[in-house]
Design a protein around this ligand. Structure first.
Ligand SMILES: [Zn+2]
Length: 78
């Protein structure tokens, strides 16, 4: 399965409730809201890889698995 952030090869975990979970060697372990994944696909939006990785790294100080619920500030177009 591919990473939702960088599209590289990533380990996929069984979905928990409404979350897509991935473990990417480059982006790390994270969860993304399924609604957000669908919205991004619908709009043809993709994550800005450096921004998303920096966000995940900052969140990882407080949570072992960061959850991305809103892509605000993390997209290529912003
Ligand atoms: Zn990745």
């Amino acid at each position: 399965m591919s990473c939702l952030i960088c599209a590289g090869p990533a380990e996929q975990f069984p979905s928990v409730a409404d979350w897509e979970e991935r473990k990417c060697p480059k982006c790390g372990h994270y969860r993304v809201s399924q609604a957000l994944v669908l919205a991004l696909m619908d709009q043809g939006q993709i994550f800005d890889v450096p921004k998303a990785r920096a966000w995940l790294a900052s969140r990882r100080m407080n949570a072992s698995i960061p959850h991305i619920q809103t892509a605000q500030g993390l997209l290529v177009s912003e």
